[in-house]
Design a protein around this ligand. Structure first.
Ligand SMILES: CC(C)(COP(=O)(O)OP(=O)(O)OC[C@H]1O[C@@H](n2cnc3c(N)ncnc32)[C@H](O)[C@@H]1OP(=O)(O)O)[C@@H](O)C(=O)NCCC(=O)NCCS
Length: 176
């Protein structure tokens, strides 16, 4: 993973404009709207205290940008942050989602003063649901707006956990 930059606008717009990718996320955005949103997101990345982090997930074997990971909603009082992820359709169902989320949680615990990383997804988003199950996140009961939420907690997140079936070299985990 690497930090997002100007040149990633096309990836961002492809993801947010694709009806398949957006199926459980929200209405797909027009190119123009997605470009506007991307510029706003990029502009917000430099704010301190940190409000948001946007990372690009790169497949190591091909050097292709296959998706994005993000952190938002930093809650300093509860020491928690929300993580999210979107992959291009051709990159899905190949284990990158699980490897990507694991990388995001590792990154968060190494970088931010948080003890919890949480994610949310629509209840019928079965692909998204398998990922936290596979990684052993705990299911929360306080889901907002009907979404399912899951948490990884620092005290129970082993640094050396290996996830069965994942190619740990598939993603370049550059941290910047
Ligand atoms: C959610 C998402 C990141 C998951 O990534 P992924 O690369 O497909 O996940 P993985 O390949 O690691 O697969 C995870 C599990 O889902 C399973 N899976 C894949 N496609 C599936 C499908 N269509 N239906 C049910 N399960 C599916 C995999 O077999 C795997 O299960 P296993 O652990 O039992 O083998 C990806 O699907 C995505 O980007 N979706 C669109 C955006 C989105 O909905 N984001 C999440 C909510 S904001």
């Amino acid at each position: 993973m690497r930090g997002a930059e100007e040149a990633d606008a096309a990836l961002y717009c492809d993801l947010y404009g694709d009806p398949g990718t957006m199926r459980f996320v929200g209405p797909p955005l027009s190119r123009e709207r997605a470009q506007r949103r991307f510029r706003q997101v990029l502009a917000s990345l430099g704010r301190r205290p940190v409000e948001r982090v946007l990372l690009v997930i790169v497949e190591k074997a091909t050097r292709q940008s296959i998706g994005i990971g993000a952190f938002q909603d930093f809650d300093t009082r509860r020491r928690r942050v929300e993580a999210g992820m979107m992959l291009r359709s051709e990159a899905r169902g190949r284990g990158f989602g699980s490897e990507g989320l694991r990388g995001l949680v590792d990154f968060a615990f190494a970088t931010f003063e948080v003890d919890e990383v949480w994610i949310q997804h629509a209840p019928d988003n079965m692909e998204a649901r398998r990922v936290p199950v596979r990684l052993g996140l705990s299911h929360n009961t306080d889901g907002e707006s009907g979404k399912l939420t899951w948490s990884a907690r620092r005290h129970s997140w082993p640094a050396d956990r290996s996830v069965s079936g994942l190619n740990r070299n598939a993603i370049d985990a550059k941290r910047n």
